[in-house]
Design a protein around this ligand. Sequence first.
Ligand SMILES: [Zn+2]
Length: 407
Amino acid sequence: MKNYFLLFSCMLIFVCTAFATQPRKVLVIGIDGTRADALQTAKTPNIDALLNNAFYTFDSWHLDITVSGPSWSSIMTGVYHQKHGVTNNSYSGSNYNNYPYFPTRAKEYKPNLYCVQIAEWAPMSDDVYNDGWNLKLKVPDGQGTPTENAAVTQLANPNLDVLFVYFDAVDLAGHSSGFNPANPSYIAAIENVDGHIGGILNALYARPNYANEDWLILITTDHGGIGTGHGGNTNQERHIWWIASGNNVSPRQLTNRPDPGSYQISGVNQSVRRQSPVQADVAVTALHHLLYDLNFKPDTVSKWNLDGISWLDSIYATSGTRNLKYNIAVEFFPNPSASSVQFTFPKALDQSTRFELLDMSGMVCRQEDLMPGAERFALSVAGLAKGAYLARFSSAEASATLKLMVE
Ligand SMILES: [Zn+2]
């Protein structure tokens, strides 16, 4: 019996440390040329899984030039073309020295951040300067698999802080056969990219220190399309979408958001524009997340003169989890497991805590509400498919996510 306890103690896997601060990291996924209605039509189980923990809208409106160069510049710099200077895909006229990509801005305060871009589209990889990347990888255009593989490799690096992954295939399909939710080729391209996103997310969840990291995943597109093109001001080109997802994000969808207008037509109504996140808000929200511990909002830094705003307070606000005071300390045994898993809390739970077991598609397979004072919890995994799962504990002020294997 004594030996049994010794064995038990040795095999405990200590996953989270109470009172630790989770390092905040950012994954930006860009899917070129994806209309909001088409994304909703396509079968995208991996993006859908992210929506379970997302602040998001399918009513984001393009405010500027509906062309890739200027649009991705707005997404990554947090300002529009009047400041970043990019008005076409040649990137001529770029003013990145005054309005750089958000990793450059983040490094003004945290120079040791390690930031990587993986892009399929050559102009983004070749012509964008002062972008703050430590590593910039050009992968074959429109293929997806090399992009996914490169992202998986980068995510294995424990020091990675910011990853931007860019997919081009949806835009290529739109140009060849139509930007239209009724076009099967266009929809298939979206579904194919979703599969690659699934591979990238699995690599994210498999990071050795994932349970102690706070990843904000931002996904958006640069424009929609009409017929086989884009660049104009129709709703089909301007009606886009915006997703921010993460373990600590309070799920919330913004619907029926009005169109604030466009700089290309008669200007933007700034109060309407604040009713829904837009492109420039990606960079600013990412920056806020990376610099959160410094206690200022990037959109209030006058020397940066950003156009975008941070949605971070909205993203984390509704349940108060942004005030996370600590991680829940959890030990569990055995892992892998074939029948049951015993979770123990070295410090008894001090609040009611929701437990969820999610499969890698994000589907909740088990759920239980744990009472304050709980010190342990047994989970049956009998009957579950073999593979990796995420066990998530969350209360109003604390959380923990751990990976467990069922065999
Ligand atoms: Zn295009």
